[in-house]
Each structure stands twice: as C-alpha cells, then as structure tokens.
Design a binder for this molecule. Structure first.
Ligand code: GCB
Length: 628
C-alpha cells in the first residue's frame, strides 16, 4: 500500500491510494512505489525475450467479443510444441517459445522493418528461473511499457497498466515458483482521444517495453517509499512509508554518514514516519556547478534502502527564480527520450543518456534540461543529479485532451503521481509541469487546476509550471505578446513556447522588436523556441527555411529578443537533437524527422548550436560567482 504525504500542511495523510486535495477530489497514487527499485535485491529480466505481433488483439478477445480462444492465448504456460505432438488434432495459432527473439528493453520499431509504424498490440514472453527465500515478497516491476500493458505471470493475469512513461509494479509472491517461471506481457501502443497523450503528437510513439523489467525481492515488511530533502526552513526533512504486516509501530532511521547525521523514530499505525533536523553547517548544497550528492540510508528492521540525494532549495520570488536563495537563469534546452543514431529505438542506456546530457552541459554550457513531453527514464534524472543539470519534468497532457472526461483526468493524475513518487529524491528536478500548449477553456482549466493541486499536495520543495499559449496583437507594426490564461495565477513559473519567425509572427529582422508584457509578478521562461534545419544544408546565400544559416539567424534574432525581456529567467529551446516524428514528411529536409535539433540525429552540430552555446557562455561569464 502506498502512503502519500501532505507536506504542505506538515500533516501526514495516509490513505492507501488517495490524498484529499484542495479540490475535494482524491489524488490517485501508485499502490507500490518501490523507491530506488534498482538498488533492491532483484532478478534483471532485461535481455532476450520472444515476441509475437497481434494487430487484431486475438490474444485478448475472440472475434465475437468473448475471452480469447485456446489457440490464441499467448499468455498460457502451455508448451505448445509438446502438446501438439501428443495431441495431433490440437490447434494452436501461436507458440511463444519458438517466436523470434529480441533484446529488451527497447521499442519494437527496430525489431523488424514492418514494425516501423506499428501502433498495435505486441506480445512478449520471457522464461526465467527463480529461487525465492521463504518470507520474501516478490514484485514484477516495469520501468515503462508504452502504452497499455497486460501482464500475465505463470498463466495468470496479474494486472494492467495504462500510460507509457511511468513505472508500475505487481506483487507476484503467491504465483512465483521455485524453478521455472513464465512472464508474458501484451503491450498495446494504441492511444485514443481519451488517453494521455492523445493519438496526435509531434513525436514517435515507440511502442513496447522501453525500460527495465525486474523481479524484485523484499522482506515481508519493507520500505516502499523513502524521501529526504531540504525544507524551506533549512531543515533536513525525511519521510518513510512501510508496506507489510508489521508496518505500524516500527523503528526506522535515516543516516547520512558524511554529515554524521542520524534521524530516527517510529512509524505510526499506518506505517508512516516523518522527521526533521536542522541541516548541519557543513552541508554542501546541490547546484549545477557543484552537484553534491550524499549517500543516505533508510532503515526499518531488516530492510535498508540506500539513496544518493542532493539538498537544495528552489523558489520563485517576484520575477526571480532562486536556487539556494540566489537568482539563477535557466540556460536550458529541451530533449525527447531518443538516443543518438540513425535508427533510434528509445534504448536509453547510461552511455546514451550521458552523451546527450554532456552535449547540454559541456557543449551548450547549459544548466537546465526540459525533459519533453512525458516522464523520461529514472536513469536520466539520476544522471542529471550526478552531472549537475536542473530538470523540468513533464507529463504528456499535450494539445488536445478530453478535458471533461473523468477517466482521462484520472489517468493524468495517476501518471503525475507515478512520476512524482518515482523521482521525489532528485535534487535536479525543480519544476513539475502539468501540460503543454493547451487552449484555455473551463474544462481544461478545471482539469489542469486539479493537477496543480495534486502537485502542491505532494511536494512543496519544487515549482509548478505548464507550457502556456500566448495572446498577441500587432498595432502600428509593433507586436505585443502576453499571457492571457487564468492558470497563470496558479503557477510558480510561467512558461511559453514561442516560434515567431518560424511558424508566424514578423520576419526575423523584426523579431527582437516584439514586446513581451509582464502581467503577473512571476518569472517567465521560454519552454520552447526553435526553427528547423537539415544538418549540412548551409544555404549561405539564400538562407531559406530548413537551412543551417536560417536556423542560426533565427536563434540570433530570438536571443536578441530574449535579452530585452526583464522577467525572462530562462529558456529551453526546441530542441537538442533532431527527433523522429511521423508528422514531418518533407522529402528532402525532414523524411520523418523534426529538424529543429541543434544537433542532427547522429550528433552533427549545426550552426545554431554554436550561437546558443556562445550565448550561454557569455551569460555564464557575466554571472557573478556564487550566483548559481
Ligand atoms: C511545439 C510542441 C512540440 C513540437 C514543436 C514543433 O510547440 O510543443 O512538441 O515538436 O512545437 O516542432 O513544432
């Protein structure tokens, strides 16, 4: 059972899966969190799996809508080959044991050429040996399955999960066998008008099991959630929630050896404990320039959970963003979850993530990354902690959402909760974003208002934002732009995507004349700005759209504009790397890629890369020491 804390009021609210919010509705949360799951005793189930395509979803339903016929149930433990040998009239139309083999995690787009644009159901099977010890509990934990996962273990349905980017776990203690076990997962990439995101986006779907799968062992009573952070009052705060029959009244402790600090106490009857202590004077604060991380050990009885945690504060004050009490400018870039290479498959290994983040940190002189448009892997946010990059973390409430549908709202809230609970210990994450480019309207305002309430209920150690639309007016040749969105009153940072000179607005030579009005006393950032360019197409003479020279001119003009906006406190231009998008089909310049990257899909830097890199370098030099 998951416990979620109301840190805003300082009162711990435990309610299994729900937290009452300001709107009076219940915030759904994950049943099992398994904080830092990779650190637990586990069997790694990544590696070789077999797969079988099922475009008509025969494995879930027969053609008359009943349960699937015997010969179609790919999740059964039946050894099809030996059964059909013994009974030659038996008819099976699948045999997972003899299917094609692939290495997971990774999207199916690269399993076979015909799967490049497949967005349906795929079955994956994996056999493995286990030897559980008595008294241990076992959980199947998935880093992400895009989009819907139907999980069968040793022939039984153990659960379903919707949402392609957040972790989920099912307990399988009673089904786990000493010896051979069979895990079968049906992953369906289809999205509908009711899902989050909806079917139309500007990125590749990347269906499949895209993140690690693990069989995790825990003691009978274990630490399910654990968190430590620097409170606004300068205290080190900590929370632990236990799961299991002996969760209540249990001694727990948090130790940070490097600070000579131990906090201890006893869980309440619900298995929850919260404590705090003044931060020691020698605490090194986490910042991009000095990403200090501490080894933190959470203990409850025979269960110890290690974490690496940085301590910092983040606030918005007037139009400033304050990191550890000092004003900071977010020198950022956006990125999709797609590795470098001509044929990405969302295979985000540590070297793949490091390669991208290093381009931001060292290549662009950045200190900030917008992880667009959905939660990226846990490894990415952990590496951001380690490498010193501030992070904007986002859920895919994107463009056209079914705003008045309660199921869609429930899905968005669950996704938000899963994302937040997974990453509560990441100092790098300073912003939780609840939406991207969503038109103002009553249903939308209510929907997003609920998500904002959920964020605030769970976490007061970070800021809330959303990428908003702007309103513009041109009079006497001068364009004025402002934010006219009731949501702005409820956000800490106002973020806008701006494409003047690319999608509309004045010609490039007029871009820096645009007047950005500040109608709220809040910091604003450009969550996007950008123009497309095919790497290698310089076009120095004509400088047309899709040339490197146009893109570089666009950056020069937009950066000049940005310098005239006093309340602009950062930016995450669109985007680090060219990324796959089925919407982008110009036969010469795009060929299925959104070309707004500052580097090509294979890592070739475009001219605009250097424009932004110089801009950030100058800003860095202009920043007085200690301001970051
Ligand atoms: C946007 C979207 C982003 C697109 C980008 C573009 O405003 O937020 O997802 O990829 O524009 O390239 O048009």
């Amino acid at each position: 059972m998951s416990r979620i804390f109301n840190v805003v009021t300082g009162i711990i609210i435990l309610c299994g899966l729900t937290v009452p919010t300001a709107t009076g509705q219940d915030a759904p949360g994950p049943e099992i969190v398994l904080t830092n799951s990779a650190s637990r005793e586990h069997l790694d189930l990544t590696g070789a799996w077999t797969y079988s395509i099922d475009p008509y979803r025969d494995g879930l339903k027969s053609f008359h809508g009943n349960g699937p016929g015997l010969g179609h149930r790919r999740y059964e433990t039946t050894d099809v080959e030996s059964v059909t040998r013994e009974n030659p009239t038996a008819r099976y139309e699948y045999d997972m044991r003899r299917e094609k083999i692939v290495t997971l995690p990774g999207s199916w787009v690269n399993h076979a050429p015909e799967l490049r644009h497949y967005d349906g159901l795929m079955w994956y099977a994996r056999e493995f040996d286990a030897s559980p010890e008595s008294g241990q509990r076992a959980f199947l934990r998935f880093g992400a399955a895009n989009y819907t996962a139907h999980v069968y273990f040793n022939g039984e349905l153990v659960g379903r999960h919707d949402g392609g980017f957040t972790p989920f776990a099912f307990e399988v203690t009673d089904l786990l066998q000493d010896g051979e076990n069979l895990l079968v997962v049906g992953v369906d990439a289809q999205r509908t008008d009711q899902t989050v995101p909806p079917p139309v986006t500007d990125w590749e779907t990347y269906g499949g099991l895209t993140r690690p799968v693990r069989l995790i062992y825990t003691p009978e009573t274990f630490i399910d959630e654990a968190r430590a952070w620097l409170g606004k009052d300068g205290s080190i705060m900590a929370e632990i929630a236990l799961d299991g029959p002996r969760a209540g009244g249990r001694d727990v402790s948090v130790t940070i050896d490097a600070l000579g600090l131990t906090l201890d106490g006893r869980t309440d009857r619900n298995g929850v404990w919260q404590g705090s202590t003044p931060a020691p004077e020698d605490l090194s604060l986490w910042s991009p320039e000095s990403p200090a991380l501490y080894d933190v050990a959470f203990t409850a009885g025979n269960d110890t959970l290690p974490e690496r945690i940085g301590f910092r504060t983040i606030e918005a004050s007037g139009t400033d963003i304050l990191l550890n009490g000092e004003p900071i400018y977010l020198r950022g870039i956006s990125m999709h979850e797609e590795e470098l290479g001509a044929d990405p498959g969302r295979i985000m290994t540590e070297p793949a993530i490091r390669a991208l983040l290093s381009e931001i940190k060292d290549g662009l002189n950045g200190n900030f990354v917008r992880l667009a448009h959905y939660p990226h892997s846990e490894l990415t946010t952990r590496l951001a902690d380690e490498m010193g990059l501030l992070v904007w973390s986002e859920i895919p409430v994107y463009w056209l959402i079914d705003w008045d549908n309660p199921d869609t709202l429930a899905e968005a809230r669950t996704m938000l909760a899963e994302n937040m609970t997974r990453d509560m210990n990441r100092a790098s994450i300073i912003i939780w974003s609840v939406a991207n480019e969503t038109p103002v309207g009553d249903d939308r305002n209510r929907f997003l208002g609920t998500l904002i309430d959920d964020v605030r209920t769970r976490d007061d150690s970070r800021l809330v934002s959303a990428a908003l639309l702007t309103t513009s007016e041109t009079r006497n040749g001068t364009m004025r732009t402002w934010i006219d969105d009731p949501l702005a009153d409820n956000l800490d940072i106002l973020a806008v995507n701006t494409y003047n000179g690319w999608y509309g607005g004045p010609a490039l030579d007029g871009v820096d004349d645009i007047i950005w009005e500040s109608r709220h006393d809040k910091p604003m950032i450009f969550s996007e700005l950008g123009a497309g360019a095919l790497a290698g197409f310089a076009d120095e003479e004509i400088r047309r759209k899709f040339s490197e020279s146009f893109q570089a001119d666009y950056y020069r003009a937009t950066l000049a504009m940005s310098e005239k906006i006093p309340h602009l406190k950062g930016m995450s231009p669109w985007i680090l790397k060219d990324f796959r998008s089925p919407r982008r089909q110009h036969p010469v310049y795009q060929q299925g890629w959104n070309r707004k990257g500052l580097i090509s899909e294979t890592g070739q830097r475009k001219q605009a890369f250097y424009v932004l890199s110089d801009f950030y370098r100058n800003m860095q030099t202009a920043t007085p020491a200690g301001e970051e």
